[in-house]
Design a protein around this ligand. Structure first.
Ligand SMILES: Nc1nc2c(c(=O)[nH]1)N(C=O)[C@@H](CNc1ccc(C(=O)N[C@@H](CCC(=O)O)C(=O)O)cc1)CN2
Ligand SMILES: Nc1ncnc2c1ncn2[C@@H]1O[C@H](COP(=O)(O)OP(=O)(O)OP(=O)(O)O)[C@@H](O)[C@H]1O
Length: 208
C-alpha cells in the first residue's frame, strides 16, 4: 500500500470513530451533563497541577462536550486568568487564546462556538499558558487523543512539544470517550493527562 493510501485509510478510521463517539455524547441527558461538569470541577480543584496553574486555556462546551463552566467560575473566584480559543482567520488553522472574564463579550465563530473578539495585545502566547484543557472526542490510555478533526490544537502547540518549558496538556472527556487505542499520527500532540468526571489519568509523556 502506498503512503497516501494508508493515510486515507487512517483518516477514514478516525472519522468513523469520531462520528461514533460524538453520537455517544449526544445521548447524555442535561442532568448527567450538569452533574458531570460539577464532578469534573471537584476533581480538578483537588489536583496540585490545577492548583498551581494561574494562566489556563479553557473552552466553551459544544456538541455534548464535558462543560468547564463550573471550573471557569471557580477560576474567576480564585483570580486565575482564563483564556478561550479564537480561530485565527487565515490558514494554517491555528488558535489564539484570548482573555475570558465575567464581562467578556462573545460572538459565534464559524462553527457556532462563542468566542471573544480577538484582542491581539491581550492574548496569551501559547508558551505562556501553564495549563491547556483540550476538548476531546476520544482518548486512550497512552495519552493519544482524537479531537474534532480540524487539527487546530495540533498546529497551535506543535512548536512546543519538545520544549522543556511548555504548558501541561490535559484532555477533558466523558468516561465513555475512553477507547483501548487510537491511531497516532506524526502531528498528534500527546497529552500529559486526561481528566474525566470520574478520575485523573496521568501519562508519562516523553517531553516531561
Ligand atoms: N468547545 C470547543 N471549542 C473549540 C474546539 C473544540 O473542539 N471544542 N476546537 C477544536 O479544534 C476549535 C474549533 N474546531 C472545530 C472543528 C470542527 C468543528 C465541527 O463541528 N465540525 C463539523 C462541521 C462544521 C462545518 O464545517 O460547518 C463536523 O465535523 O460535523 C467544530 C469545531 C476551537 N474551539
Ligand atoms: N502540525 C500540523 N501540521 C500540518 N497539518 C496538520 C498538523 N496537525 C494536524 N494537521 C492536519 O489537520 C488534520 C486534522 O488532524 P487530526 O485528525 O489529528 O485533528 P484533531 O486532533 O482531531 O483536531 P484538533 O487538533 O483540532 O483537536 C489532519 O488531516 C492533518 O493533515
Amino acid at each position: 500500500m502506498t503512503t497516501i493510501d494508508s493515510l486515507t485509510l487512517q483518516a477514514n478510521k478516525k472519522s468513523q470513530l469520531r462520528n461514533k463517539m460524538r453520537q455517544a455524547r449526544h445521548q447524555l441527558t442535561q442532568q448527567v451533563q450538569t452533574d458531570r461538569a460539577n464532578q469534573l470541577c471537584d476533581n480538578l480543584k483537588q489536583w496540585s497541577v490545577f492548583q498551581s496553574a494561574d494562566r489556563l486555556a479553557m473552552y466553551l462546551a459544544q456538541d455534548g462536550e464535558l462543560s468547564l463552566d463550573p471550573l471557569i467560575k471557580h477560576c474567576w473566584h480564585l483570580q486565575k486568568q482564563t483564556f478561550l480559543p479564537v480561530l485565527r482567520p487565515l490558514p494554517p488553522n491555528r488558535l489564539w487564546f484570548a482573555p475570558y472574564h465575567r464581562s467578556t463579550k462573545l460572538q459565534p465563530n464559524r462553527y457556532n462556538i462563542p468566542e471573544p473578539n480577538n484582542t491581539p495585545q491581550l492574548n496569551c502566547r501559547a508558551s505562556q499558558l501553564n495549563l491547556v484543557l483540550f476538548p476531546l472526542v476520544a482518548f486512550d490510555n497512552k495519552g493519544g487523543r482524537l479531537g474534532m478533526g480540524g487539527g487546530f490544537y495540533d498546529r497551535t502547540f506543535e512548536h512546543l512539544i519538545h520544549k522543556n518549558k511548555r504548558p501541561l496538556f490535559v484532555g477533558i472527556a466523558h468516561p465513555e470517550q475512553q477507547v483501548s487505542e487510537l491511531p497516532t499520527e506524526q502531528w498528534d500532540i500527546p497529552l500529559d493527562a486526561v481528566v474525566t468526571s470520574e478520575k485523573i489519568f496521568e501519562f508519562n509523556t516523553p517531553a516531561r
